[in-house]
Design a protein around this ligand. Structure first.
Ligand SMILES: [Zn+2]
Length: 283
């Protein structure tokens, strides 16, 4: 292993031992976002005008910023035709909201209206968290809570497969793109079902493929490089086949209906991700 990689690993391990790694990583990401935000506003000033409207910040541009997977992730994404948040018009040039955040916010504004609800929000995405917290009671949670401290300082340390909450506790559970990270997804889905009130709603979007015939997975894997090659991200353990994911949800007791991309045409103006379908999931 080259010296600089060894040094990087050593520093990472020291920071992990000190309990600082995920906290610094979360803050570093926010800093990168802030710097990128300033430069993209300058770069995209010429595209200001009609076309797409960001439903997080209200900015309007004829083009949003594209986002493509890194070289090590690209093959798995393209070979399996994974709908994974990449493509043209993904990031808002003004606030850097992502297409996947804008889809959820569009639905929350227009379709799933939430006021006065008790919500459990896993791995909180900043824009979604800020949107729901103004009119709801929101508890945030993650298995690496320090990573999200800069979004919610009160975030709880929770393992989705062993939740500390009592049964029938939440009106809504949001876990946007978390299931593909969890080795025992069946257990996490059962736990989410357990803590939801009867009639409650789960928002559990995942990267998925309709090209593959079976979900590709290796729940026991712990090899970032191989995970990139197989699943298109170094911390993913699977690529869901869409119908199989729906079956896994139904097996846990959820009632699932699919809003296909063509059913979401009223939100195209918000530059949602091309081809992304939305799963309506109810207990
Ligand atoms: Zn924006």
């Amino acid at each position: 292993m080259p010296n600089n990689i060894l040094l990087k690993e050593l520093l990472k391990n020291i920071l992990k031992k000190l309990g600082l790694y995920h906290f610094l990583q979360g803050n570093y990401r926010q800093l990168l976002v802030a710097v990128k935000g300033i430069s993209s506003q300058v770069k995209y000033a010429k595209f200001k005008g009609t076309g797409f409207e960001c439903n997080c910040c209200g900015a309007m541009y004829s083009q949003f910023i594209p986002d493509y997977p890194s070289a090590e992730n690209a093959h798995a994404i393209s070979a399996n035709e994974v709908v994974a948040g990449y493509g043209e018009n993904i990031l808002c040039p003004s606030c850097l909201s992502t297409a996947r955040e804008r889809l959820i916010i569009a639905l929350l504004k227009d379709n799933i209206k939430l006021t006065g609800k008790k919500i459990l929000h896993f791995s909180p995405e900043k824009k979604i968290y800020n949107f729901i917290k103004s009119s709801n009671e929101v508890i945030t949670a993650d298995i690496q809570p320090l990573f999200y401290k800069n979004i919610d300082s009160k975030i709880k340390n929770e393992d989705a497969t062993h939740l500390s909450f009592s049964d029938n506790n939440f009106d809504v559970v949001i876990g946007n793109h978390i299931m593909e990270h969890i080795p025992n997804d069946a257990k996490a889905l059962k736990e989410i079902y357990r803590v939801l009130k009867p009639g409650g709603r789960a928002i559990l979007q995942v990267p998925y493929s309709t090209k593959i015939t079976n979900t590709l997975e290796e729940p026991g894997i712990n090899d970032p490089q191989k995970q990139s090659t197989l699943f298109g991200q170094k911390d993913h353990v699977r690529i869901y086949q869409m119908q199989d994911y729906i079956s896994r949800l139904q097996y846990c007791g959820f009632k699932v209906s699919l809003m296909e991309y063509k059913d979401l045409s009223m939100y195209y103006k918000n530059a949602i991700q091309l081809n992304e379908a939305f799963l309506s999931i109810l207990k």
